[in-house]
Design a protein around this ligand. Sequence first.
Ligand SMILES: NC(=O)c1ccc[n+]([C@@H]2O[C@H](COP(=O)([O-])OP(=O)(O)OC[C@H]3O[C@@H](n4cnc5c(N)ncnc54)[C@H](OP(=O)(O)O)[C@@H]3O)[C@@H](O)[C@H]2O)c1
Length: 257
Amino acid sequence: MQRPLAVVTGASSGIGEALALRLGSAGYDLLLVARREALLTELSARIVREHPEVRADVFALDLCTDDAAQKLLDRAPTASVLVNNAGFGKVGEALSIENGVYEQMIALNVAALTQLTLTFARRMVERGGGTILNVGSTSGFQPIPFQAVYAATKAYVMSFSEALSYELRGKGVSVLGLYPGPTKTGFSEIAGAQEHAKKHARVFMSADAVAALAMDQIKTGKESVVAGKLNAVAATLSQLGPRKAARRVAAAIFKPR
Ligand SMILES: NC(=O)c1ccc[n+]([C@@H]2O[C@H](COP(=O)([O-])OP(=O)(O)OC[C@H]3O[C@@H](n4cnc5c(N)ncnc54)[C@H](OP(=O)(O)O)[C@@H]3O)[C@@H](O)[C@H]2O)c1
């Protein structure tokens, strides 16, 4: 029997790496995507060592370059799972963030994710089925001062995924949204939030715990999952009260000291 193929973006570290390991264990062949080829190659070797039956190919690609989505589809036209996980954030006053960072963030978190989702969804509909898992964030549940653009990109991921999921009902293709909260990965360092991460270390989940929830979600097809009970409660509370109150709380948490 042919093994199912999963494409994982941002597989060179963090949640993507952990999810690739779990997908390999669960019987998927893999196309591992990110820019740091050496890390992808190492991961591929580890997966094949642990599961010699798995084919784990590597595709070093900057997802913000032209035609990235089409290039990826050309490499994996039979993919039954696409995980749009690559993404990054930046913490600080919006006006102090250096030029180009926000363009890059929107290009990756919003534009590339959209293009990949639509490109693969079209093919999956033609083929009669598939699952697309978009990794958003609990940051997308409310506006977050000092994370203004990142939180907005993740609000987009949620809105886009939910709307497209509705459009694709009855077409065999599921569009799922996974919303992790603070997770121990390379994210905090890239976001310039190491101090914040150190201070709040006790609420951070492991990348593998988030990946385990993602695996369940892929299996069950649950449309929307907030990773972890604490994050789920916080996400729900942020929706119940006035939006301005949620913004005030978020500002207090993320205000640079
Ligand atoms: N960690 C958290 O606290 C947290 C919380 C909520 C949501 N999330 C979301 O979870 C997802 C995964 O992040 P993570 O926490 O696992 O962080 P991470 O360890 O920094 O992983 C980010 C991944 O994205 C890849 N990537 C970045 N820019 C790319 C580009 N232009 N083209 C291709 N790949 C690119 C990176 O690989 P290369 O550098 O090799 O390209 C890396 O594999 C992100 O969407 C993030 O927003 C994270």
